[in-house]
Design a protein around this ligand. Structure first.
Ligand code: AMP
Ligand code: ZN
Length: 466
């Protein structure tokens, strides 16, 4: 079965191939850098990482653009309160965003673009919309006339027939119930930061940023446009209106939306104050890969209920996988190849891949691996897993981890290096030989403090990081 993705535009799961058969041209809405991102935001970005990795696993190249929204209502308000320029205010949060996404092992898009570096292109797009008759001016601001665009509402499946013509909205975010003409260019107010433009000094609205940057780098028609489900309306609806009014062509073939991460039934959000940043969770001792595991464990179109028990369960799951991997890599198996296990491995790989082809069903993909671990652990206990089965099982794990990326422990800046570990283990082997058990125990304790666990097995000594 080919790769299938749910398209918000058609409300159907559809087979996906890029328009040119080779390269996926994808645009995702990036962060608004007015604060640290929270793990709700990171859920959406982690879904995009899985999407990237799986598209590549399916043989496609990627051309992925993500914007950094560095001019917007909240940013302007905060920057002015602190007496900073927009750039002075946003730069540390942009840096923190990249640190956070790197820590979670999210691949960087091919291009990250800042809104403030594309103002002339936005002004040109607004002028073109004016020439085409899609806009009007009021008090120095320019608005998009939604009644002029026949397809308005097609993404969010909104019936706009009863909407009052001429009612307009200046804020960037609003509800479906408030569907109105939206602002493309906001007239400068008081001492707000602004740019000069033929329509008067001002600044762009949020929606035009994405349309302009997406089309500049990816052309008139994208393969995929993605974001969190809260962006469907008004942001993505407005992006479609602007872009299609400009080009006369379909803006994006697929629209993908990640459901929210919720806390006690409510969306995690800055405004509700019910949020955790990645840094909060690091301080509580959770490793990045544990958080990543939790974020990928629920398929992206289902709500993810965040709990600390969920994080603990994620840590246990990773431990199980690592222990299994250690056994797989280091146990001695009998010569030969068990045909039933060869088949079992092929089945697990098939289940893993089919689950991801099925609209990125990460929960099923993980279940396929856990069932395999349970079955083959038993086979190993029973002495049925042979040397000839090892390589295929390792390949299955490599395939799994090339997408999920949770097996590698996060290296600590201060910690014990592999060379030090090897030296201490060699010393301990020697100590045991000379029956110096005190030194042998000391070394075990020393390694434990450095986060390294030793295991004496019948095959010899092995170690892992905590
Ligand atoms: P923002 O920085 O607010 O523009 O949001 C960045 C991304 O995070 C957008 O794609 C949002 O849709 C997404 N997002 C915001 N809150 C949540 C949440 N609680 N769960 C999942 N995604 C979210
Ligand atoms: Zn956007």
């Amino acid at each position: 079965m080919p790769l299938r993705l749910y398209n918000t535009l058609t409300q159907q799961v559809q087979e996906f191939t890029p328009m040119d058969g080779k390269t996926v041209r994808m645009y995702t809405c990036g962060p608004t850098v007015y604060n640290y991102v929270h793990i709700g935001n990171l859920r959406t970005f982690t879904f995009q990482d899985i999407l990237r990795r799986w598209l590549r696993a399916r043989g496609y190249a990627l051309n992925h653009v993500m914007n950094i929204t560095d001019v917007e209502d909240k940013i302007i308000r905060s920057a002015m309160q602190q007496g900073k320029t927009l750039h002075e205010y946003t730069e540390p949060f942009e840096k923190a965003f990249l640190e956070d996404t790197d820590a979670l092992r999210l691949e960087r898009p091919e291009r990250l673009v800042r809104a403030t570096e594309h103002i002339p292109e936005m002004v040109a797009a607004i002028e073109k919309l004016e020439q085409k008759g899609f806009t009007y001016q009021s008090d120095g601001s320019v608005y998009f006339k939604i009644s002029k665009f026949a397809g308005y509402g097609k993404l969010s499946h909104l019936d706009v027939s009863g909407i009052r013509a001429g009612a307009r909205v200046d804020v960037d975010e609003y509800d479906k119930a408030d569907a109105r003409d939206f602002v493309l260019w906001k007239a400068k107010r008081d001492s707000e930061p602004s740019w000069d433009a033929p329509m008067g000094a001002g600044r762009p609205g949020w929606h035009i940023e994405c349309s302009v940057m997406a089309m500049k780098y990816l052309g008139d028609t994208l393969d995929i446009h993605a974001g969190g489900v809260d962006l469907t309306f008004p942001h993505h609806e407005n992006e479609i209106a602007q872009s299609e009014a400009l080009s006369g062509k379909q803006f994006s073939r697929f629209w993908l939306h990640a459901e929210h991460l919720i806390v006690e039934g409510q969306k995690m959000s800055k405004s509700l104050g019910n949020f955790y940043t990645l840094r909060d969770l690091f301080e509580r001792g959770y490793q990045p890969e544990v958080i990543r595991y939790l974020l990928v464990s629920v398929p992206y179109r289902k709500k993810l209920n965040f709990t600390f028990d969920g994080l603990k369960a994620a840590a246990t799951s990773i431990d199980r996988l690592r222990n299994y991997k250690l056994r797989l890599d280091t146990d001695k198996f009998a010569a030969g190849e068990n045909a039933a296990i060869t088949e079992r491995t092929a089945l697990a790989l098939k289940q893993f891949e089919e689950s991801l082809d099925d609209d990125l069903n990460t929960a099923e993909a993980l279940a396929a691996i856990f069932e395999y671990v349970r079955d083959t652990n038993s086979s190993m206990d029973a002495g049925e897993f042979d040397e000839g089965n090892r390589a295929a099982a390792q390949e299955l794990f490599a395939r799994f981890d090339s997408i999920m990326d949770v097996l590698k422990p996060t290296s600590r800046e201060v910690g014990i290096s592999e060379a030090q570990i090897d030296a201490l283990i060699a010393e301990r082997v020697q100590a045991k030989k000379t029956k110096n058990f005190q030194r042998s125990d000391e070394i075990r304790a020393e390694l434990l403090v450095g986060g390294v666990i030793l295991e004496d097995t019948k095959e010899g000594m092995r170690w892992k990081r905590k």
